[in-house]
Design a protein around this ligand. Structure first.
Ligand code: 3Y8
Ligand code: NAP
Length: 242
């Protein structure tokens, strides 16, 4: 009896949930509970951490999960590592639904950096107007470069004080090119800091930077442990029926 755990929180996970619902397979969509009102899903939802690898093992066994689909964001490295460890420990089938990283094209002015601290270091120098489009969780690190005028885009109203004065835009993607060009023009953005998320939901600011001839500090994805990978919903559905 197939019982699926879909680790979600992305556009791809939402498409996966639609396909699973259509196939009427028993499944649960899992959110970390990072945002106040996560999007509804056409399959059963759970919200919150599992309690590390151990908690995930216990969940897999208690819920008699037969297949785990890791459709989390490429920067959700902890969740993806825990999924590999727990599925190995419990002998549960695992597949990751990944999106290809963005690659620089004609007119792109990227400075690629391996991780967040190097993105902070890349901002050393005279004050500039920086569009920090990496969400809320890792903003504090940029207090090391307080000379800039920051524009932050976050999903929910920030609670508590920000580590530095910043203009804040509260918006949940997916974003579009025209909107991001307007936003960056209004803010007179001079440089964009982004994660190489890949996919369509966050790409608007990269295309907007290209259109405006602006440099981008592009944070490469964290390295993840080895696991089976699919690049489309159909591949995952084929794996499920195999
Ligand atoms: C809670 C689920 C859908 C999926 C929407 C995708 C696209 C829009 C683009 C910018 C970049 C960023 C951020 C972003 C995008 C999609 C997708 C994607 C980037 C939601 C969601 C959850 C989250 C968590 C949130 C993080 C933050 C990251 C904002 C729902 C809307 C910056 C990543 O405030 C916080 O603590 C937010 C944290 C993790 C990264 C960070 O470190 O701050 N996503 N985003 C998921 C959960 O609880 O499990 O609330 O409905 C999902 C989406 N965000 O519904 O169509 O698929 O990538 N999300 C990045 O790429 O850099 C915004 O502003 O241009
Ligand atoms: P992370 O750093 O890899 O995970 C930290 C902890 O959060 C995990 O160990 C786990 O807690 C819990 N967690 C993460 N994803 C979960 C899920 N889907 N279901 C249940 N628990 C989850 O994760 P993150 O980068 O904060 O991302 C959190 C969520 O936001 C994920 O759903 C991800 O897909 C989504 N998201 C992230 C980004 C991003 O930039 N990171 C962008 C868009 C969407 P326990 O150890 O207690 O199990």
């Amino acid at each position: 009896m197939t019982r699926i755990l879909l680790l979600g929180g992305t556009t791809e996970a939402n498409l996966m949930a639609q396909a699973i619902a259509k196939a009427e397979l028993p499944a649960v969509y899992s959110y970390a509970g990072r945002t106040e009102t996560p999007m509804g899903q056409p399959i059963h939802m759970r919200v919150g951490g599992f309690g590390g690898t151990e908690g995930l093992c216990a969940y897999l066994q208690a819920e008699q999960i037969t297949h785990v689909i890791d459709a989390t964001h490429p920067f959700a490295a902890q969740m993806s590592s825990n999924a590999v460890a727990a599925c190995t420990a419990t002998g549960t089938a695992l597949i990751a639904l990944e999106r290809a990283p963005w690659t620089p094209g004609e007119g792109d002015l990227w400075t690629r950096v391996p991780d967040l601290p190097s993105a902070v270091a890349a901002l050393a120098g005279p004050p500039r107007r920086v569009f920090l489009a990496i969400g809320r969780q890792h903003v504090d690190a940029f207090a090391a470069q307080p000379q800039h005028r920051y524009l932050l885009r976050v999903v929910d109203e920030p609670t508590g004080l920000l580590p530095f004065p910043a203009e804040v835009v509260v918006a949940r993607g997916p974003f579009d090119l025209a909107g991001d060009i307007d936003l960056m023009r209004q803010h007179e953005t001079e440089v964009v800091v982004a994660k190489n998320a890949g996919g369509k939901g966050a790409v608007a600011k990269i295309a907007a930077a290209r259109a405006l001839g602006l440099p981008v500090v592009m944070i490469d994805r964290p390295v993840l442990p080895q696991r089976r990978v699919a690049h489309g919903v159909a591949d995952v559905m084929a794996w499920l029926s195999a």
